[in-house]
Design a protein around this ligand. Sequence first.
Ligand code: PGA
Length: 249
Amino acid sequence: MRKPLIAGNWKMFLTVEEAQALAKSLCDSDIDYSKCDVLLAPSFTNIYAVHNVVKAAGKPIKVAAQNVYTEDSGAFTGEVSLPMVKSAGADSVILGHSERRNVFGETDEFINAKVHKVLKAGMSVILCVGELLEERESGNANSVVVSQLTKGLANVASLSDIVIAYEPVWAIGTGKTASPADAQAMHKVIRTSIEKLYGKAAASEVRILYGGSVKPDNVTSLMAEDDIDGALVGGASLKAVDFLKIINY
Ligand code: PGA
């Protein structure tokens, strides 16, 4: 049985004070953590503050970084390393988000190097994959997603510390969600590819999240699909009431 995971991607939003307040209101709320894992991905500057709020409240909420660089230290002005996010309290890292791929030009090879970096440090990865609108319209969605998946996981021996997030780019921040049936179809494609690469047991264990305009009013129908094991939530994770409704779907 795959335990659902609801992850909040706070992107480049919230000051330290705002992030602390949001984390605190989530910690103060009624969440049945036996039914669902919860993860927050604040900006780099807020990881430590959010980690401390969660720790003080004694809640099993995980904290993730939204990205990381491939080197541990050095003359890389403006970059943030894995030892830094780890010591700030992150236990996992989101990699390959479409905004990293499309706004900052990250390649599958670069993302794969980061995947290895994070796994080697004993932390977990949420690896994002997803097609652009034109790729879907030209009938290439499946091949794009399978290629991102395969290249992102190149030479990764085990998926035990990996979560996959399918995020169709045309559904991110647009209010357009993939229909539950379309999302399920792609999740099935992903799980089948994983089965080919890692075998049946790994494929049945790996969690595949859906992301792209997940809201309180569509989460239930998405989560009802067989291969959707959770959600990576952007906009709706920035308001405690909405995010709580999604967590408690
Ligand atoms: P959204 O973002 O929920 O605002 O569409 C999802 C994401 O980019 O992870």
